[in-house]
Design a protein around this ligand. Structure first.
Ligand code: ZN
Length: 664
């Protein structure tokens, strides 16, 4: 069971279903997180419905465990009223925090439920100190930082902010930087940002001459770094696994509980036990220790599966905690019931106790009503009744007393709210500009004056009369700013006006240089509220996600559509290319099972971008997007191809190449 030790970070466990929840609590989790069947990033987990969520929250609270609910997907505009109803229901059920990815949802929760804690999901892509502080300014009390961070980056963030920092310590890794993966969406229409990830990263690919699993990472485990983790100053340690069994949850949580309580690193034996519960050819700590290489890759082998089967654990059960009840039923006073579990207490009141006209209530009658605890997580300890003779109290009043007192013991008192959210009438801004991001300087063609803004990646910036914008790379860790700062200074001196920012942790610095800011599609601004949030943070305009359909774009008050180009489907913290063809040019093609080539290029920080195999092409469908600003993405196109594409848009030409359209 859980031990009281205030110097330790919180141990946070997943609960994909009721059995996993029970295992997590019984194994010593300080807090659990789960999704419901609404608005969460694991729609394939069993999840809870709203009533089950309420029960789950009560069960947690009865055992002194906190309950967080995931609301960590991007939300469409038309879903906002339902999201608010949903939050209201969770709020009234006593949820301790919501785990939120969408900037618009953060804003709404802060507006309507100011006393409800918000945790920024790892899907919000915070990987540096500025990002954490920006999310705090939007109302987040805690930020779950990117899984790719190394130990020093985590320590740096923790020492630079009062915001609670949560890290993943055990469980599945995504190959893509969290919140920046469009691969599942691009390949089969199942959006990771909407909780529908089909895990194409776990499939084989061909890279150079090799066919292997270059996108499948081993599960992480930082169980060998307990002291270092505690020293970073993080507030919470998250175990991944809402899709995993209750055996996995129970075993993993108890192992971590033990390591934390004993303040020791996992031994070989501990790792064998953890691997037996679930692994993909062992574990990796590569990001935490900055040892980023091919040994991080792994798949779920037959051997691993056999290992897990062999190690079944017993189903866990929870004892009901005992509570003591004190009823006070004195003639002429309000009836009251005080309950305590030994640590906390709560009291509820009912009507004034009246004199019985015919048959007074017996002590037994009263005890019978008050001790009905079957629907609660508790068992009865003692029941004391202080009463006058010859009184009558309605059974319904006694039942209400019991329910109210126990409910107050289980959850903080929260007012019933009436939310009157009136969707803002929004008129789309009439701005129609054309912008383009070129990956390399040598791509920019003669006719680039077709664009109002021409961006180049900041680290590749050189003075050039065609360029009036820089694009900040998708990930800039705190120790990587110097190079980018120098480029920003240089670009401003050369008169470059625009900065395309890729992450919430870049807004502040780019603004300080005096750039006009445009937020890239990487912000996943799916709704008007998130667009308003970005505008308030100082962004002037934004590129909309390629996941949005034309009718969804129409609902939004601002933003460019991606009118041309293969868009990035993954941004990886590690160089995949190195492992097959070497990094001489750090460019290659990854071939998927259908034979489609996905362009991969090395970018700032020796990360990789993997692009969709088929570009968006709308030159001959311009009337569909004529009322919006347009953004073009050039990735592996050569300069003359870029030239031809621009001419095609000038002439509204069709093409015989494989293309994709913006969803209509
Ligand atoms: Zn490379």
């Amino acid at each position: 069971m859980r031990t009281e030790n205030s110097t330790l970070p919180e141990l946070l466990a997943p609960a994909g279903d009721k059995d996993a929840l029970i295992s997590a609590i019984a194994s010593g989790a300080d807090a659990v997180y789960f999704g419901t069947d609404l608005f969460n990033a694991r729609i394939r987990a069993n999840n809870f419905n709203l009533d089950e969520a309420r029960e789950a929250i009560m069960l947690c609270h009865a055992h002194g465990v906190k309950a967080f609910v995931t609301l960590n997907i991007a939300i469409y505009d038309k879903e906002i009223p339902r999201v608010l109803e949903y939050v209201k229901s969770l709020y009234e059920s006593g949820v301790d925090a919501l785990i939120v990815a969408d900037l618009g949802v953060m804003r709404l929760v802060k507006r309507y439920f100011p006393d409800l804690e918000i945790h920024a999901s790892t899907q919000a892509s915070a990987h540096n100190l500025d990002g954490v502080n920006m999310l705090a300014s939007l109302g987040c009390k805690r930020v779950v930082v990117a899984r790719e961070l190394d130990k020093n980056s985590i320590s740096h963030i923790c020492s630079g902010t009062d915001t609670e920092i949560e890290i993943f310590v055990h469980g599945a890794h995504c190959m893509s930087v969290s919140g920046q993966c469009l691969m599942s969406y691009a390949m089969g229409g199942r959006s990771g940002n909407r909780g529908e990830c089909a895990q194409p990263c776990r499939l084989p690919y061909t890279l150079g001459k090799r066919s292997f699993y270059p996108l499948s990472l081993k599960d992480m485990s930082l169980a060998g770094h307990i002291h270092e983790i505690i020293d970073t100053g993080v507030a919470s340690l998250k175990i991944e696994g809402r899709m995993k069994s209750s055996d996995y949850v129970g075993g993993t949580v108890s192992a971590w509980r033990r390591l934390l309580d004993e303040k020791r690193n996992a031994t070989k034996g501990d790792f064998e036990y953890l691997e037996g519960l679930f692994s993909r050819q062992g574990f990796t700590d590569g990001y935490f220790t900055s040892k980023i290489n091919e040994s991080m890759l792994g798949i779920r082998s037959e051997e691993n599966k056999a290992q897990t089967k062999a190690q079944g654990t017993a189903k866990m059960e929870l004892e009901r905690p005992k509570i003591n009840l004190y009823a006070r039923l004195i003639l002429g006073e309000r009836a009251s019931l005080r309950v305590t579990d030994g640590k906390r207490e709560a009291i509820a009141y009912a009507d004034v106790v009246e004199e019985a006209i015919s048959s007074p209530m017996s002590r037994e009658d009263i005890a019978k009503s008050l001790s009905k605890l079957g629907a609660t997580p508790y068992a009865l300890g003692t029941l004391e009744i202080e009463k006058s003779d010859n009184i009558i109290v309605r059974v319904s009043s006694l039942n209400a007393l019991r329910r109210e007192a126990i409910s107050a013991l289980l959850s903080p008192k929260r007012e019933k709210k009436t939310i009157e959210h009136v969707a803002k009438m929004r008129k789309r801004n009439s701005r129609k500009i054309r912008s383009a991001l070129f990956s390399r300087l040598d791509q920019i063609p003669q006719n680039s004056d077709y664009f109002d803004i021409v961006y180049i990646y900041a680290d590749r910036y050189e003075k050039n009369e065609k360029i009036n914008g820089i694009c900040l790379p998708p990930v800039i860790l705190d120790y990587e700013w110097d190079e980018i700062e120098a480029k920003m200074t240089q670009a401003r001196e050369d008169g470059v006006k625009y900065a395309l920012v890729s992450n919430i942790g870049q807004i502040e610095r780019a603004r300080a240089h005096g750039f006009t800011l445009v937020a890239d599609f990487r912000f996943n601004a799916f709704n008007g509220e998130s667009i308003d949030a970005l505008l308030e943070l100082g962004v002037d305009d934004m590129i909309l996600s390629p996941e949005l359909s034309l009718p969804q774009v129409r609902d939004l008050p601002a933003g460019s559509v991606i009118a041309y180009g293969a868009f990035p489907v993954m941004t990886t913290h590690k160089c995949i290319i190195k492992e097959s063809v070497g990094c001489e040019k750090c460019k290659t093609y990854l071939t998927d099972r259908t034979g489609a080539p996905l362009f991969c290029e090395g970018i700032f920080g020796h990360r990789n971008i993997i692009y969709n195999s088929v570009p968006i092409y709308m030159a001959d469908k311009q009337e569909d997007i004529s009322s919006y600003s347009w953004h073009f993405i050039f990735s592996d196109e050569k300069r003359d191809e870029c030239y031809e594409i621009i001419e095609a848009y000038k002439n509204k030409s069709s093409t015989s190449k494989r293309i994709r359209r913006i969803k209509s």
